[in-house]
Write a protein that binds this ligand. Structure first.
Ligand code: C3B
Length: 831
């Protein structure tokens, strides 16, 4: 960390780097310099992208300024650090967030305006890094934001996918996937660190020999190697420190094999290079349904191996011993995706650094902590012993050894054979496989779920044997969201109104929102509140018109369902509701229906048959409803393609109603639910995930609850669930379900939605029919409340006022106190 160059050092410690406040004039000058000298453009030929890039580079300088100050301070204090290991990140656009964090949004807007450049157009220009699928990736980015703001010395490690999550388009109403070329125009936010690179090995075999002193020595002779190079993106906190998101890109060890003396060898060398680079080519687009793809395991090991080597490098660089690793670092495993880190750290310590097994195990087990994000059986990662053993032969041996010792421990405690088989890291049923959640649990000092309900279910069901064995190892940290991005940046109108009443403290202390409660009874405030919402709805309606051609009347109730498409999230329950309203209107029974715009968004995993059919169902219902003259001003349906962080930032501020309608017990937490409520939407939801805690905070009178709870779901399933009986007894439901195969949705085609129809009548694994009536009735109540704008506005204000708990600052504070035991370090920012 320390440079040997005294002159540079004095430059750093001196204030010659400049203060942190930038004036409009300084921004203008810096921007023009970047445009001319940074990218070599003159205004007459510069494109919007050139302007955007010049501004991004201008802002990045300021971000780096804070980042290096933070680094210096962290190194100086020799503070404990956190490594957050995540296979996914969804940072969203950087520019707007960095401007807010530097507190220079308005100065920048004015500086650009004087050059006849519109800041909004440049913000629009940014292509976001889609390096994740959904909630899990976005949560990782929210956490980096809060770690930076709180001053937690930390690094977010991950994978620099060349192609992120696919772009979603619609073709005749079906999802079509288009490659995401997010790096096409370059990426001004990152810097490559060619000297921070590590080798990663795969395959081959191991040899067990002896050291000179007679101790055991294992040598792993791999059959291929690649290199991982670090790409750093600084992440800035609000008026605070900077940290780094370090993503690894795979490259061939040597560009070309010059020893190749004939064409055949030369082409083989080229192929080898391409094969190496494949590892970080593309993100797997599966959300919570992980198929055993070899390349995916390679990705996981690749980024874990680079990250651990980097952590060890940083640790040793500070002149420390490896057996103190856990005193200086906690490594958080974001789900099981990085859990191969457990045997990898053991390998590094034992094989490469000659540590005794017992000591290495002590270090390992005191370094890792594991966050579980799902209870869905299909999402719990398992790797076949055969595949893992072929790709990582040494790791397979180490896993067996960890397991052998663990099972011995159980035997000593008189566990039965059945219990031992259940808890083993190796699943012996069918083809032998490695249960990654068990590996992560055995290798960590803490395991946490992501909402109170989820953590309870984790302890009582999925990992119950482990929770009985090590009760104090289990804890809960309820998720939170980066409220600066999802309120201050994306809803400036509301943010301003809030700050006018309660000051700006809420930006770093969200519970301050409580101060808004007293304005719920203030007529003038309520009107301004709803006026902001209306303006946001006008903006979203304009965007939707541009993207889809559908025109929405902003005075309609905006009823929004955005998230990944998954049967357990029950987008199709929403569709059944829409059809029930449509049929009521057609049958002349639509008195209680308030004019509503139903807005959907979300991607489906490309191989997920039912999810893709649900998208088609939504777009078909949209076609029918939007083109039916009889219902046109009463109902509108849109599917907004390519839901992303950028889209999300437009959608949440404009929503009146937030749909959080998963079957109870399935959604680990949800974080969209928080972003909606934070922007003044009311929630209709089940008692699932963090909905439970949101309802508790905002008050049950300000939350629209429906459906079975988790226990009722389980009882219903255990006692034999017969969806057909429900169908048989409910006339309106019959009409709705029959409609799916009536041919009216798809020009006489009765087959297209038959799979949905049959699934609901025969299995209905997510209990749509069971919860249907309760949902319909709750929606009727909502439409009634909507007709009383005063009541609605009050509820909306109270929701926002009581969302203080759901900032990711609070979550990170809890991780820091309960799990990481790390003290925040606030860097003094010179003014
Ligand atoms: C998600 C869960 O589905 C959400 O309930 C949760 O809010 C987020 O994680 C964050 O904790 N999740 C995901 O996006 N991908 C997975 N593979 C597993 C869980």
């Amino acid at each position: 960390m320390k440079t040997q160059n005294k002159k540079i050092e004095s430059y750093f410690s001196h204030e010659s780097l400049g203060g942190i406040e930038l004036s409009k004039e300084e921004i203008k000058t810096a921007f023009l310099e970047k445009l001319f000298y940074g990218i070599g453009r003159i205004p007459s030929v510069a494109t919007t992208n050139d302007f955007y890039t010049a501004l991004a580079l201008t802002v990045r300088d300021q971000v780096f300024k804070r980042y290096v100050r933070s680094l210096e301070e962290y190194a100086e204090l020799d503070s404990r650090g956190i490594a957050y290991l995540s296979a996914e990140y969804l940072p969203g656009p950087h520019l707007g967030n960095n401007l807010l964090n530097l507190e220079i949004t308005e100065e920048t807007r004015e500086a650009l305006a004087e050059l006849d450049i519109d800041l909004e157009a440049l913000l629009e220009q940014e292509v976001e890094p889609g390096l994740g699928n959904g909630g899990l990736g976005r949560l990782a980015s929210c956490y980096l934001d809060s770690m930076a703001t709180l001053g937690i010395p930390s690094i977010g490690y991950g994978i620099r996918y060349e192609f992120g999550i696919f772009n979603q388009t619609l073709k005749e109403g079906w999802q079509a996937e288009v490659t995401d070329k997010w790096l096409h125009y370059g990426n001004p936010w990152e810097v490559v660190r060619p000297e921070i690179a590590f080798e990663v090995r795969f395959g081959g075999r191991t040899e067990h020999g002896k050291n000179e002193d007679g101790t055991l020595k294992v040598t792993w002779t791999p059959d291929s190697e690649v290199k991982g190079t670090a790409y750093d993106t600084p992440i800035l906190g609000y008026n605070s420190n900077g940290i780094v998101m370090r993503l690894w890109k795979a490259e061939a060890i040597d560009s070309f094999d010059f020893s190749a003396y004939n064409m055949g060898d030369y082409y083989r060398a080229v192929e080898k290079k391409m094969r190496s680079e494949n590892i970080t080519k593309v993100l797997y687009p599966n959300d919570e349904n992980l198929s055993g793809k070899e390349l995916r395991l390679k990705q996981q090991y690749f980024f874990v191996c680079c990250s651990l080597q980097d952590i060890i490098r940083l640790h040793l660089m500070q002149g420390r011993k490896l057996n103190t690793l856990s005193e200086k670092f906690s490594i958080q495993l974001n789900d099981t995706h990085p859990s191969i880190a457990v045997p990898e750290l053991m390998r590094l310590l034992v094989d490469e650094h000659d540590m005794e097994w017992e000591e290495a195990w002590h270090v390992t087990r005191h370094t890792f902590a594991y966050t579980n994000h799902t209870l869905l059986p299909e999402a719990l990662e398992k790797w076949s012993v055969h595949l893992l053993g072929r790709l990582l032969p040494r790791h397979m041996e180490i896993i067996y050894e960890i397991n052998r010792r663990f099972l011995n421990e159980l035997r000593e405690k008189h566990y039965t054979g059945e219990q031992i088989a259940r808890m083993s890291i190796i699943d012996e049923r069918g083809e032998q496989s490695v249960r990654m959640a068990h590996l992560a649990t055995v290798g960590s000092f803490k395991v946490n779920g992501v909402s109170r309900l989820h953590s309870r279910l984790l302890k009582s069901q999925v990992l119950n044997d482990f929770a009985d064995l090590w009760p104090s190892q289990f804890t809960n940290i309820t998720n939170g969201v980066a409220h600066r991005r999802f309120l201050a940046v994306s809803n400036p109108g509301l943010a301003e109104l809030i700050s006018e009443k309660i000051g700006k403290q809420w930006l770093t202390d969200l519970p301050q929102l409580k101060g808004l409660e007293k304005y719920a009874d203030d007529v003038d405030f309520r009107e301004r509140w709803m006026q902001v919402k209306l303006q946001n709805k006008i903006g979203l309606a304009r965007h939707i018109k541009e993207r889809t051609g559908v025109e929405l009347d902003p005075s309609m109730l905006f009823d929004v369902h955005v998230k990944r498409i998954h049967e357990y999230k029950r987008q199709h329950l929403k569709v059944l509701h829409i059809l029930s309203l449509y049929l009521r209107l057609k049958n002349g029974k639509g008195e209680g229906i308030s004019p509503t715009a139903f807005i959907f968004g979300g991607k489906a995993a490309p191989g997920y048959f039912m999810a893709k059919r649900i998208i088609k169902l939504i777009t078909s219902v949209a076609e029918l409803v939007n083109n039916d003259k009889e219902v046109q001003d009463r109902l509108k349906v849109v599917f907004l393609p390519n839901f992303s962080v950028k889209q999300a930032q437009r959608v949440y501020p404009a929503a009146d109603l937030s749909e959080q309608i998963s079957m109870a017990g399935k959604e680990a937490s949800g974080t969209g639910n928080m972003k909606f409520a934070l922007n003044g939407a009311l929630t209709i939801g089940t008692l699932d995930g963090a909905n439970v805690e949101i309802r508790e905070e905002v008050g049950e009178e300000n939350f629209f609850l429906f459906g079975l709870n988790t226990e009722e779901v389980q009882t219903k399933k255990a006692s034999g669930y017969h969806p057909y009986r429900i169908y048989d007894r409910n006339e309106e439901l019959q009409e709705v379900i029959d409609f799916l195969i009536s041919g009216e949705l798809e020009n006489g085609n009765t087959e297209i939605f038959r799979p949905v129809h049959d699934n609901l009548l025969q299995q209905d694994p997510y209990l749509l029919l069971e919860d249907y009536q309760s949902y319909i009735e709750k929606m009727e109540e909502i439409h009634e409340v909507w007709r009383s704008p005063v009541k609605w506005a009050k509820m909306s204000i109270l929701n926002v006022a009581r969302m203080g708990k759901f900032s990711s600052d609070r979550s990170i504070h809890e991780y820091a106190e309960e799990i990481w035991k790390v003290e925040p370090v606030k860097v003094q920012l010179s003014k």
